[in-house]
Design a protein around this ligand. Sequence first.
Ligand SMILES: C[S@@+](CC[C@H](N)C(=O)[O-])C[C@H]1O[C@@H](n2cnc3c(N)ncnc32)[C@H](O)[C@@H]1O
Length: 306
Amino acid sequence: MAPARQRATGVYDHRPPLRRPFTQGRGVSSTQIDPEQYRAFRQFLEQSCGIVLGENKQYLVNSRLGQLMQREGIADLGGLLWRIQDRPMGGLRGRVIEAMTTNETQWFRDNYPFQILQELVFPELVKRKKQQIRVWSAACSSGQEPYSVSIALQEFQSRGGRLEAEILGTDISPAMVNQARLAQYNASAISRGLSPDRLSRYFHSVEPEVWKVRPEIHRRVRTQQHNLLESYAALGRFDLIFCRNVLIYFSTESRQDIVRRICQQLQPGGYLVVGASESLARHNDDLEMVRTHGAVIYRRRFPGGR
Ligand SMILES: C[S@@+](CC[C@H](N)C(=O)[O-])C[C@H]1O[C@@H](n2cnc3c(N)ncnc32)[C@H](O)[C@@H]1O
């Protein structure tokens, strides 16, 4: 078994040996990145959060970690990994992962999943005599996805649909989870995908150019930090899972493993929604494709394949 320090950081294989950071460091520069240190950093990132960094993405490391490393007085990636291992409780590991993730999101992203919820998924769950469902927005970023689900349900209810939901939003980034929990958004975030009608119905202004999700939408959503590489057992079972625009950053093996484990968290007949560009065609025999509204979502088969 790996030494405790290595287990804590998830960094198992560093060659060449990591060097102490220079305290007067000026931050990493793409022209200076040592290929071996870059390889070790890619390995660290994939083991920590699943993200596969391309072989030639040194510029991304530079743009996302340059300032952080400069502030910390760390000269190069070897020094950064050394520091993460040397001070496992220092919070640097989390900040590096946070800086390397892409948090891009918007309200009602791609539209069709929310239309499908209102026109197919919610009515079908009601037909199956469900009154209360559980929804998981895995990798929810700053919360636009779980709140869009909550608004879609509110609109379904306003047309007579009798269904309630508990919605869990999770993300690896504590900053994103805090933002999602706060449910306050500035004009730039609000402008991305929210119609003026939905803004006035489901948000209220808390200060100039800042809006908060109204309590009737907010109350359904609970948020917590969670890494998709870790166990899902404590999260429970769900009727509907959104896992969108995150698996594209992972390896095929991680993707397959995550989809298999997500599927285990779905109730039979439960639905999985993935990103518009993410096909699961060959990933799981327990999932069937449902083609509707010119798009595809997935449903967990009932036992016996019904
Ligand atoms: C591009 S955003 C997608 C947000 C939302 N699902 C959407 O489609 O609009 C990707 C999110 O995945 C999160 N993420 C990356 N790796 C993760 C992991 N291993 N576990 C959980 N979340 C992760 C990032 O922090 C980021 O907020």
